[in-house]
Design a protein around this ligand. Structure first.
Ligand SMILES: Cc1cc2nc3c(=O)[nH]c(=O)nc-3n(C[C@H](O)[C@H](O)[C@H](O)COP(=O)(O)O)c2cc1C
Length: 434
């Protein structure tokens, strides 16, 4: 049973940082932030801070309009995890990959390979891809929300069977008998379902962790059901400890439907933050970011996150309720639509308020104040830590590692050294054996 007192952190790593104006307020070369070297430096900082893992989001598409305003680079997360993970020795890695736009056999092999490359520090964030635009890149029609989740559940089931196609002791390496593997312990996955038909065994032996760690990031009823079924780690937008506790209850109910409990799952809400040595300094840094933000980008982005085509919206007027009906069923979209329908403000004004992760937590203040917030959430059981979204990288990330981590360590809320070597061990999760 994991200690509820120890916080866990993943670093949500995007070039320049989480705030869309991050690249405008830092004075490095704008192309430097997208270099693999710069991502490597951020990961090294996270490892210096003893964070559990670096996390890469993923959408298999380019939001064309966004590229005008801020860095849009979606390197393949599994390739990045493998390359950067080989260069670091302790920190774990979590790559997002879509169950809507991948095939289980291919993904199971790539993730198992990454687990070997990182010596047991790989994880997979199971996402269903909520941006409908992605479908065009695959010559497909974007499936409806419920269908995406039905496919996701089956996808993970097949993937796990593929990882289990090699038992732990399948490789015997018996030179005297010329027997490399016990082939009775290599079993084809044999799966026939509504979405997938997979026959063979994986051409990669059992991964160091058995299964790479499974994370999940959807918070709709269907998303929570999937998390209860398969997730070991959950990313979610929650804005207060009460909301976090309510989410834990829902997740616990879902987990129990599958013979598990929320104690089997680490809950890490997204936390975007600006840090300053004084509150005034932090407010000034936040204001600098906000003043650099483009109102035009914000309303177009809000439309995108609601699953609506911005070309059909008049930003100078409140959202047309008929359009609202066409919005996506995702947590993000529902949050945006309910805010839009409960106000008569023009869409462009609404967009100045719902920034960052819709429904998520935004913090501006000192390291001491952030440590207090983290302590409050973790000790009350509202979360097991956070998915850190530094508004600027390296600035806010450095400040977290240099100033917040030592406070948490002094309060015995966070490790001072890694006690294990695998991502499962960092998160206090059991290895998966067959
Ligand atoms: C911290 C965080 C990170 C996320 N990262 C991704 C991502 O990389 N790719 C993605 O498609 N969705 C991502 N999501 C969104 C969810 O995975 C999910 O697809 C979306 O919210 C729709 O599912 P829902 O309706 O169940 O919430 C993220 C959500 C959160 C809270």
């Amino acid at each position: 049973m994991p200690s509820r007192r120890e916080a866990h952190f993943t670093l949500f790593l995007t070039p320049s940082g989480y705030h869309e104006s991050a690249w405008l307020v830092q004075d490095d070369d704008p192309c430097e932030a997208i270099s693999v070297e710069s991502l490597h430096r951020a990961a090294a900082t996270a490892e210096r801070g003893k964070l559990d893992a670096v996390f890469f989001p993923d959408w298999p598409m380019l939001s064309h309009f966004r590229a005008e305003y801020f860095p849009q680079v979606r390197y393949d997360p599994i390739t990045l995890m493998s390359a950067l993970g080989a260069a670091n020795r302790k920190i774990g890695w979590i790559a997002s990959a879509s169950t809507t736009y991948n095939e289980p056999f291919d993904l199971a092999r790539r993730l198992a390979t990454a687990d070997f490359v990182t010596n047991g520090r790989a994880g997979w964030n199971v996402v269903t891809t909520y941006h409908a635009e992605a479908a065009k890149n695959f010559g497909r029609t974007h499936p409806a929300h419920g269908d995406r989740y039905a496919r996701a559940a089956e996808f993970v089931e097949v993937t796990r069977r593929l990882w289990d196609s090699w038992e732990d002791d399948a490789i015997v390496g018996d030179r005297s008998r010329g027997r490399w593997a016990d082939i009775d312990r290599i079993r084809p996955a044999r799966f026939e379902g509504a979405h997938f038909s997979v026959e063979g065994a994986l051409p990669v032996p059992r991964a160091p962790q058995g299964h790479p760690v499974l994370a999940q990031a959807g918070s709709s009823p269907a998303g929570i059901d999937l998390a209860g079924r398969i997730a070991e780690l959950v990313f979610t937008p929650q804005s207060s400890p009460d909301a976090g506790l309510g989410f834990r209850q829902k997740l616990d109910a879902a987990a129990r439907r599958y013979g598990r409990t929320a104690d089997d799952i680490r809950i890490l809400p997204g936390l975007a933050f600006v840090l300053g040595s004084t509150e005034e300094e932090a407010q000034r840094l936040r204001a600098e970011l906000e003043e650099s933000a483009s109102p035009e980008l914000r309303w177009k982005n809000l439309a995108l996150n609601a699953g609506l085509d911005h070309q059909r919206i008049d930003p100078g007027k409140p959202l047309d309720p008929r359009l609202a009906e066409e919005a996506e069923k995702t947590t993000f979209a529902q949050h945006i639509i309910s805010a839009a329908l409960s106000s008569d403000r023009p869409f462009i004004d609404l967009a100045q308020e719902i920034t960052g992760l819709p429904g998520g937590l935004e913090f501006t203040g000192t390291p001491e104040q952030l440590a207090d917030l983290i302590e409050d959430w973790v000790l009350s059981g509202a979360s097991d830590g956070f998915t850190l979204q530094p508004t600027t990288i390296p600035t806010a990330l450095d400040a977290f590692v240099d100033h917040v981590v030592p406070i948490l360590q002094r309060r015995e809320l966070f490790r001072t050294e890694y006690s294990g070597t695998t991502l499962r061990e960092h998160l206090g999760l059991a290895a998966v054996r067959v």
